[in-house]
Design a binder for this molecule. Structure first.
Ligand code: V47
Length: 379
């Protein structure tokens, strides 16, 4: 039964057919790692050939003060904590100028939901960054933040997103998704935006022409059915809007969190999640192996298990490092090239919207989308 079910699923993958929810559960619970990897690699090479993408980016977490107390988070702080911080406008300028000096094409902006900051403060963060370095794409504020802004202003999501677009927002990162299932959410982040709102916000963003990413936090209290349900919900929205660019499975890091009794997912679990994501999300162009969270070795291996993107050079990462990540806070382009080439892939620098980045000395400009037929939207 197991062998014949697996063979039927493998035939569907080879024929480019969609895997059902039940087949997803079967794969997650029963398939061996190498079969999963082989199938996922077929899809990966069909979609992205031998290319492996990376970008040159810088992170900014403007404040760690947060009204929420998600049990998986080691980054947040209370207002009066010793470690609490909030960036001034000068600090924002300094960070984005540091990005410019390092050739960054993207600044990734997420943070806490500060008890005392009005919506205008968050709009101002985007405005200051954009006015300082208009050529740098701002990928900022997760759906959880957009939900908070809507609560603060009592305005609909579309209005909130339009204010941020007008200030210079370029796209949205995929954070805050965790696991959509209400019971799991109740155990790990009970107060923040629920799965339905996360989906509604990304739908609203896509309808405004903003591209976004999606994530899933795995390796805590969730089970296979929650993961597959999460992936199916993302796949359904992508069928309707086509607005997602990439999916990033995020491995839970337990250190300094309220869930520190749970062991960190193993390398095998990480590779299985990359492969499962590639197999279920047949309508996503890209699967990202976020090296900062996986470590360079698993991220490199993931390029043969379904992933086609390593994220960026990433400077000033805090969310995972506060939770015990032992990876460096940044990799040089030379190091990223070495990881990719050693895995037998061809490194391609992309911008946030997956257009090829062309460099001449310190100057850069974007070329065409790397793959023919890939949608282009303006920054
Ligand atoms: O939503 C927080 C996760 C996310 C922990 O869109 C944790 O390109 C593991 O979304 N262990 C934020 N995970 C990061 C994120 C992201 C990262 C890279 C690229 C992109 C993108 C998005 O980090 C949160 C949460 O799911 N997170 N704490 C932790 N202890």
């Amino acid at each position: 039964m197991t062998d014949s079910t697996l063979r039927q699923i493998a035939d569907k993958v080879s024929a480019g057919e969609r895997i059902t929810f039940d087949e997803g559960i079967f794969l997650d619970e029963h398939a061996d790692l190498f079969t999963l990897g082989r199938l996922a690699n077929q899809v990966r090479e069909r979609k992205n050939g031998n290319y492996a993408y990376y970008n040159t980016n810088i992170h900014l977490n403007p404040t760690n003060v947060c009204v929420y107390r998600c049990r998986f988070c080691a980054f947040r702080a209370d207002l009066r904590d010793e470690k609490a911080y909030t960036f001034t406008d000068d600090m924002l300028r300094e960070r984005v100028l540091e990005g410019r000096s390092q050739g960054a094409t993207e600044i990734h902006v997420v943070g806490g939901l500060h008890h005392q900051k009005p919506f205008d403060w968050y709009v101002n963060v985007i405005r200051v960054l954009h006015e300082t370095c208009p050529e740098i794409h701002i990928k900022g504020w997760t759906a959880v933040e957009i939900n908070w802004f809507s609560y603060l202003t009592k305005k609909p999501y579309t209005w909130v997103l339009q204010q941020l677009l007008d200030a210079g927002l370029g796209s949205m990162p995929g954070g805050g998704a965790e696991i959509f299932d209400a019971e799991v959410r109740g155990q790990i982040c009970e107060h923040k935006a629920d799965g339905e709102n996360w989906i509604a916000i990304h739908r609203a963003a896509h309808e405004l022409g903003l591209r976004s990413n999606a994530t899933m936090l795995y390796g805590h209290v969730e089970q296979a059915r929650h993961r597959i349900d999460h992936l199916c919900q993302l796949r359904e929205l992508q069928d309707q809007t086509g607005g997602f660019q990439t999916f990033i499975p995020l491995a839970f890091h337990p250190d300094n969190t309220k869930l520190d009794h749970i062991p960190k997912p193993t390398g095998l679990m990480d590779l299985r999640m990359i492969a499962m994501s590639r197999l279920m999300l047949d309508n996503f162009d890209h699967i990202k192996a976020y090296w900062i969270m996986l470590g360079e070795k698993i991220a490199q291996t993931a390029l043969s298990f379904g992933a086609d993107d390593l994220d960026g050079t990433v400077v000033h990462e805090l969310i995972y490092h506060d939770a015990g990540a032992k990876t460096p806070e940044g990799l040089t382009v030379r190091e990223i090239h070495r990881l990719i080439r050693e895995a037998g892939r061809e490194p391609i620098e992309r911008d946030t919207l997956y257009r090829r980045v062309l460099r001449e000395g310190a100057a850069w400009h974007v070329g065409d989308p790397v793959r023919a037929g890939l949608a282009t939207l303006s920054t």
